[in-house]
Write a protein that binds this ligand. Sequence first.
Ligand SMILES: O=C(O)CCC(=O)C(=O)O
Ligand SMILES: [Fe+2]
Length: 346
Amino acid sequence: MGNIDLDPAFIQSTEHRPVPKVVEVSEIPVIDLSGIRDESLIISEIGKACEEWGFFQIVNHGVRTELYKEVEIEAKKFFGLESEEKRKVKRDEVNAMGYHDGEHTKNVRDWKEVFDYLVEDNAQVPSSYEPDDKDLRTLTNQWPQHSPQFRKTMEEYAREVEKLSYKLLGWILSSLGLVADKFHGCFKKQLSMVRLNYYPPCPFPDLALGVGHHKDSSALTVLAQDEVGGLQVKRKSDGEWIPVRPCPNAYIINVGDIVQVWSNDRYESVEHRVVVNTTRERFSVPFFFFPAHHVNVSPAEELVSEENPAKFKEYNYGKFFANRNRSDFKKRDVENIQIQHFRIMN
Ligand SMILES: O=C(O)CCC(=O)C(=O)O
Ligand SMILES: [Fe+2]
């Protein structure tokens, strides 16, 4: 039966038509963290996922579902305010915390609005990325005044996810044969922050992205997403963009640049991006587990040997952070700093 003869009653709407090429989607692993499970099993599943994907989802993670629901409610209320109200807590060149609607990833503007806050308020960071400039400045949280509940909810949420992050880091390090708390001290006076992301519907989803392709500079990231979907991960095996299917009450965990360096390249910080759509707004909440500014990052000595020399030179996390937050690279059209710049070519 040719198309011309087809009774229109058969014709599916565009979104439901089968696509000619069926892409086989393999999913990132889902790992069950329930306390009754054998910890060594959890560790080996995490190790395998870090090696193969750099991404995994976790369920039964212990963070209360109702608490995250409150975060979502407060985030929706906040982004629904008049822009004049949101701009009262706008971040600026000096203080990187607060509201922002013009973020760029790799010099292209992202289709999103964000609100950032520190897990440990205040935090010290280098004033400039120049290696010889020893000046520090203070980052401070800015809280919107429209709802007394906002700050309380966000602070409680940050504390819960921070606890989870230490556990996850411990398991990741154990899977590498390292002592679980080897790097815990690096997070005293941490720069960790929570970001509320709001992606409005976009009339040009084929032209713009919610977040352009990037890798996280964190040790690891703990991300909550709603049921809309949009996050895509670059599959290590073939470089295909694979959607991360929303899974109720799960967190998405990804290896960040710091774990890549600590692991001496065993675990890679994998590229990801966010696509937008024309009809549905989307919310997501990443927790970036960042060390203190004075921490110098280099491969764990246990993972370096004559046969397996260090793949990275040491770098200072504070300077890396300051470099990422430079206000001049958009204008100068240069690439922002990457751990690749510290790679040792053997
Ligand atoms: O919204 C998401 O799903 C991911 C956002 C993200 O990758 C980021 O903010 O670094
Ligand atoms: Fe990211």
